[in-house]
Design a protein around this ligand. Structure first.
Ligand code: MN
Length: 249
């Protein structure tokens, strides 16, 4: 098997190296990752300039693009042989609830949808790398078990790992996405030449984070796995919208 590994923290991120190490003796791994931190890139593609892959000393391929660019190229001609699976991470920082809308980590996994199998996105609920070994161990266990999965195509498993050493992780819970409250207002800054700007603030707190949600699972010390699908059609809205459209034109 051939696994394409990517991330959004960038090609030099410790979580990427940890994920690669965990999978290197399990499958043939190719790493293609952004040359800089692209957290928050969601599923953006770079369309205004060419992309230049560069192979680094460790064999990882660095790309001047987004996580989605990396996987897109990896599955569409850059590599001699098409990978069988996409695995993304390990992100330093949670990707819970509304985060999946912005996450480049999740986006990289979503870009693997054409392969027909299940892609994985891994995030450690910490900005610090201390518990990456536990997260990498769990990533390996889950990827190894992929051949027993029977999910429809275009499915991503969004995995969030609590910031704990392995012996303190209580198990795995299947969860739904919770919701975050709105983020705080952007922080206004002024540069030395007097030009004003804004830093987008950190994500809001969990607003819907009760039992059954991804937020709750990691808070309780469990690995959270949320199955994500690409189809965001709101089927239950059809009845109401049919009434709304009646006689409109
Ligand atoms: Mn990130």
């Amino acid at each position: 098997m051939r696994i394409l590994i990517s991330n959004d923290d960038g090609v030099t991120a410790p979580g990427l190296a940890a994920l690669h190490s965990a999978l290197a003796d399990y499958a043939e791994c190719v790493v293609i990752a952004p040359d800089q931190d692209k957290s928050g890139a969601s599923s953006s593609l770079t369309l205004d300039r060419p992309l230049h892959p560069q192979t680094l000393a460790n064999g990882f391929i660095s790309l001047n693009g987004t996580p989605t660019d990396c996987v897109h190229l990896g599955l569409n001609g850059l590599l001699e042989r098409t990978p069988d699976m996409v695995v993304s991470g390990i992100n330093l920082g949670a990707n819970l609830g509304d985060d999946v809308l912005y996450s480049g980590t999740v986006a990289a996994a979503l870009e693997g949808r054409f392969l027909g199998g299940t892609s994985f996105a891994f995030s450690l609920v910490s900005r610090l790398p201390d518990n990456l070994p536990a997260a990498a161990y769990i990533a390996r266990k889950l990827v190894e078990a992929h051949d027993r999965l029977a999910l429809p195509p275009r499915t991503v498993l969004n995995v969030n790992i609590p910031n704990l050493p392995l012996e303190h992780i209580r198990g795995i819970q299947l969860t739904r996405l919770g919701h975050r409250a709105r983020a705080a207002a952007p922080t206004k800054v002024v540069n030395p030449r007097g030009k004003e700007g804004y830093w987008i603030a950190v994500a809001g707190d969990a607003e819907d984070g009760g039992p059954g949600t991804d937020f709750h699972a990691v808070m309780q010390g469990y690995v959270s796995i949320t199955p994500l699908q690409l189809d965001r059609t709101f089927n239950d809205a059809f009845d109401s919208l049919n009434g709304w459209l009646e006689g409109l034109l």
